[in-house]
Design a protein around this ligand. Structure first.
Ligand SMILES: Cc1cc2nc3c(=O)[nH]c(=O)nc-3n(C[C@H](O)[C@H](O)[C@H](O)COP(=O)(O)OP(=O)(O)OC[C@H]3O[C@@H](n4cnc5c(N)ncnc54)[C@H](O)[C@@H]3O)c2cc1C
Length: 327
């Protein structure tokens, strides 16, 4: 680990200024991802700006939705009554994240910006375009069991690992950001970028941009939502495939649908063609099966992760069956 300076501040503007103005400076929140990356030499920092004193850690009701502070801990948000009642998909995704110890420490903002678990990205003796642009992507023909089957490029097939972001896209959430030039709002769906030729640039954020909160609009579909996660073991593990589903229903008639998948794509992946197929139909098991079959359309599996194609289909089908109350 290379040496770095450490500063704590309770003033968000001072934190933003420090990170914006100093090359190699970074915010540190729960530290559950960043410290590991620094220890293993995957990332290097000149200065860590500890933002644990800045506030922004509550869940509150707004006129037309709910606001979650970026510094709120995953465990607190998972158990929050407002979140459980209005957005079960968010509560379920958080409850299935990591372990109780990590959930007590990790924050909402840090979770969204966690980095991929691709073996080559995390192993500094191997090439990796995401870690060191231009060095190559050995995952294409190498160990790619956990890598993406959707959204990849010749330069990178690293899967986005988080659960929360997938759930938040399914409820049309927005990310509130304060940066060196002021405040702005980004649709959750647009926070993460496709790898393309620049897999090292993972989000639309720029240096000094501080996530301050997530806002989720009120909706009937949000209340009728759920998260299904499939992984190698039942706890302490990232998704091999996951599906976040929210449904606007009139009886069994589907008025609107959001189907977003994780663990299989380079960013939280919205299946618009599946959503379009579902709208205006009667939800039953047959329809759920057809939706599952459509889910992997466009997938580009590699030798080690071809199993994710049927896994994704089944995960989407089962999530629809559960959220639709067909069990
Ligand atoms: C064993 C283990 C298992 C895990 N399993 C899962 C899992 O199943 N699902 C899952 O989703 N995650 C999982 N995780 C990842 C974990 O959830 C993340 O490490 C955690 O959420 C990151 O939050 P943090 O507050 O600790 O972020 P940090 O490590 O402090 O920061 C992460 C990054 O976000 C930046 N950052 C932090 N806060 C802000 C902010 N407000 N604005 C702008 N930038 C910010 C930091 O600069 C850094 O780049 C696991 C982690 C471990 C260690």
């Amino acid at each position: 680990m290379t040496p770095f300076a450490y500063v704590r501040t309770s003033d968000p503007n001072s934190a933003i200024g420090r990170v914006a103005q100093r090359t190699g400076a970074a915010f540190i929140a729960g530290g559950t991802d960043l410290l590991q990356l620094l220890q293993e030499g995957v990332e290097a920092a000149t200065e860590l700006v500890d933002i644990n004193g800045i506030g922004f850690d509550d869940v509150s009701e707004t006129v037309d939705g709910v606001r979650i502070g970026a510094m709120a801990r995953l465990a607190d948000v998972a158990d929050d009554p407002l979140i459980r009642e209005r957005y079960p998909v968010v509560s379920e995704a958080l409850s299935e994240t990591a372990s109780p110890q990590v959930r007590n420490m990790a924050t909402i903002g840090g979770n969204l910006l966690q980095r991929t678990r691709c073996l080559y990205f995390r192993d500094i003796v191997t090439p990796c375009n995401k870690r060191e642009p231009g060095t190559g992507c050995p995952a294409q023909d190498g160990q790619n069991r956990i890598n993406a089957i959707l959204g990849g490029s010749d330069h990178c097939i690293a899967a986005y690992p988080g659960d929360l972001a997938v759930a938040l896209v399914a409820v049309d959430a927005e990310v509130m950001v304060a940066g060196p030039t002021g405040e702005r709002t980004i649709r959750m769906e647009e926070l993460h970028r496709l790898p393309g030729e620049t897999p090292d640039i993972e989000t639309v954020l720029t240096p000094g941009d501080l996530i301050t909160a997530i806002w989720i609009p009120l909706s009937a579909a949000g209340r009728r939502s759920g998260y299904l996660k499939v992984r190698d073991r039942a706890s302490f593990e990232w998704a091999l495939a996951s599906a976040a589903v929210s449904l606007g229903l009139d009886g069994d008639h589907i008025l609107e649908a959001r189907i977003v998948v994780g663990g299989v794509a380079t960013k939280p992946w919205r299946l618009r063609h599946v959503e379009d197929m579902l709208v205006d139909k009667r939800l039953d098991r047959e329809l759920a099966r057809s939706a599952g079959t459509l889910a992997a359309e466009g997938a580009a599996p590699r030798a080690g992760n071809a199993f994710k194609v049927p896994l994704l289909c089944k995960t989407v089908e089962r999530a629809l069956v559960r959220v639709g109350g067909l069990v």
